[in-house]
Design a binder for this molecule. Structure first.
Ligand SMILES: Cc1ncc(COP(=O)(O)O)c(C=O)c1O
Length: 293
């Protein structure tokens, strides 16, 4: 069955979807994006993704391409036309097409592209296998709270991880603290048993999955700290995991080829995966989605 994309007002065969050569997303990475997970036919974290998209757009002074109501009609229609029950929907909004020049053009109309992709359903057994991460310097810009399409450092980091036989790269800031993964948030359980993920600021993207796991943990009475943690703390951690809309809660069992804890999936990590799945199935996503940096 052929895939369908939405491109600037039209539903077109995915293979024919195209934007103009002077779209500022293409020329300058002057655009933002969102990725919603689709779990058993339901979009996850809709409010969170819409609020975060609003944050990214307003920080860059890009207009919404349409009001949130019609926007969600388009998103749902792309999911429906592609028959996606489990997978993701990708939305990109750029400042639009204009003669190439750095300042914001007057009268630019935002471009909007929506695509959807089928993926295997969330599989707790596969997620519990554990992955390896490497650590690399964080060479990105200073506004990581904006979900910008400018992902070159993230692509370089992910490629470096794959070439090292790892799944993800954790980026380290100039103070020796872990910021996040190239497309995931980073979590550890310290050697003293403290569940930690970095606090929100312009140093990380506040993940919708991160927020859902924090809310699920809170409801279950699992205590946690939102604070920066060092590369050294990560190397000495008892447990580690990553979160994202497509990785869900994935155990990290090695960092730079050294085992995390006993090298097996941690007890708290496994519990948080269960809590997360129950939480999104019951609530659809995080309920508190008003703070982004
Ligand atoms: C840099 C970065 N951090 C964290 C995340 C996780 O965000 P979410 O849970 O909303 O998918 C992503 C997802 O794309 C990301 O690119």
């Amino acid at each position: 069955m052929s895939r369908i994309a939405y491109v600037n007002g039209q539903y077109v065969p995915h293979s024919e979807g195209a934007v103009h050569i002077e779209d500022r997303g293409y020329q300058f990475a002057d655009g933002v994006y969102e990725v919603f997970a689709i779990h058993h036919g339901k979009l996850i974290g809709v409010q969170g993704h819409m609020d975060r998209l609003g944050h990214s757009l307003s920080e860059l002074r890009i207009d919404w391409p349409m009001k949130p109501g019609p926007f969600m009609v388009v998103v749902n229609e792309v999911v429906r036309r592609n028959h996606v029950k489990n997978g993701l929907v990708y939305i990109q909004v750029t400042r639009g097409v204009a003669r190439r020049d750095h300042p914001f053009p007057a009268d630019c109309v935002s471009s909007m592209v929506v695509t959807a992709k089928k993926m295997k359903p969330l599989d707790k057994v596969a997620l519990s296998k554990g992955i390896g991460v490497i650590t690399i310097p964080d060479i990105r810009w200073k506004r990581k709270d904006i979900k910008s399409v400018s992902l070159l450092p993230n692509c370089l980091g992910k490629q470096q991880a794959r070439e090292a036989g790892a799944f993800e790269a954790w980026m380290i800031d100039d103070q020796g603290m872990v910021t996040e993964g190239t497309s995931t948030n980073a979590w550890i359980v310290t050697k003293d048993g403290e569940l930690v993920t970095r606090d929100i600021s312009s140093a990380i993207l506040n993940g919708i999955t991160r927020l859902a796991v924090l809310e699920a943990a809170k409801e279950a009475g699992v205590s946690f700290s939102e604070r920066p943690f060092s590369e050294q703390e990560a190397l000495e951690a008892k447990e580690a995991f990553i979160t994202s809309s497509t990785s869900h809660v994935k155990a990290v069992t090695s960092i730079n080829d050294n085992p995390v804890g006993n090298g097996h999936v941690g007890e708290l990590t496994a519990r948080l995966l269960d809590l997360y799945v129950d939480f999104i199935e019951a609530k659809g996503g995080p309920q508190h989605t008003d703070k982004w940096n």
